[in-house]
Design a protein around this ligand. Sequence first.
Ligand code: PEP
Ligand code: MN
Length: 342
Amino acid sequence: MLVVMQSHATEEQVRAVCQRIESLGLKAHPIPGSLRTAIGITGNKGEIDLGVLESLPGVVECIPVSKPYKLVSRDAKEEDTILRIPTLSGDVVVGGGHVALVAGPCAVETEEQCLAIAERVKKSGARLFRGGAYKPRTSPYSFQGLGESGLKILSKVRATYGFGIVTEAIDNESLDLVEEYADVIQIGARNMQNFSLLKRAGRARKPVLLKRGMSATLDEFLMAAEYILSEGNYNVMLCERGVRTFSDFSRNTLDLAVVPAVKKRSHLPILVDPSHGTGKRHKVLPLSRAAVAVGADGLLIEVHHEPDKALSDGMQSILPEEFAELADEMRQIAAILHRTIN
Ligand code: PEP
Ligand code: MN
């Protein structure tokens, strides 16, 4: 259910409607828009008495939302959500024509490794640095990440180069630490339906980057985001990272068609990860071109200065000089589409 307020409704009127909703034992989610505020209602098990709410001052109408997802839907908010990620070098803006480049290694391995990569991707214009301190690995015998000491290395990268830090939380315990150290909390593909983790991310004070599960439908993907918003965190960006198909020439099949499909249904920004989406270094640049052309709000790119020695995902990591070329091309493609890279 969505309560649409008049364009000139006062803050007090919005607050009064929210209080009324809460007094009915429901949860109110005010969603300010450029023209007017809408208030999403969740927690209802059945019908809500519309008369009670529609008669309150400042209310235009109450609209039942038929889709399973509500707060992530364009019905709740017509215009694109634009995220602002504060960094030491100013806000990084994602969405609404602003395309973000997120670059770095799959895993934080050593301080020297991160600083070497960070220095080079910064020169190419990346402002968000990615690197996993907690790695969800298929094999329990593979490198699992450095944990908190990896997060400390990422803090050093932030302090040295002014990046915003994007790093993954794999469970509620690591999320507590990631929230403390990082600027964006990544939830990985394998955890897209870890509902307790999604709820915890919804209570976090940092933006969340939610990756699509490797076999998730679009509805499941949006419902996972709905978990985060329903707990009060509206700063969510989605990320397409490839899905499993019968295609056997790539690690995954990068589903770029999901980008316009998301944009039609949701106001949330969506990034594309061509590194995991293809699994092969030589495919990262061509798929990045396509992703920006199709409307992605950002790219997540794995970069390593010594990919042959990488502890994870070396095969799909590009070299810093390849990233420089990629960033340059992305700027040109974005400009044609009247979008900017930051
Ligand atoms: C990653 O970003 O390094 C990662 C583990 O990605 P995904 O969750 O998409 O597999
Ligand atoms: Mn990886």
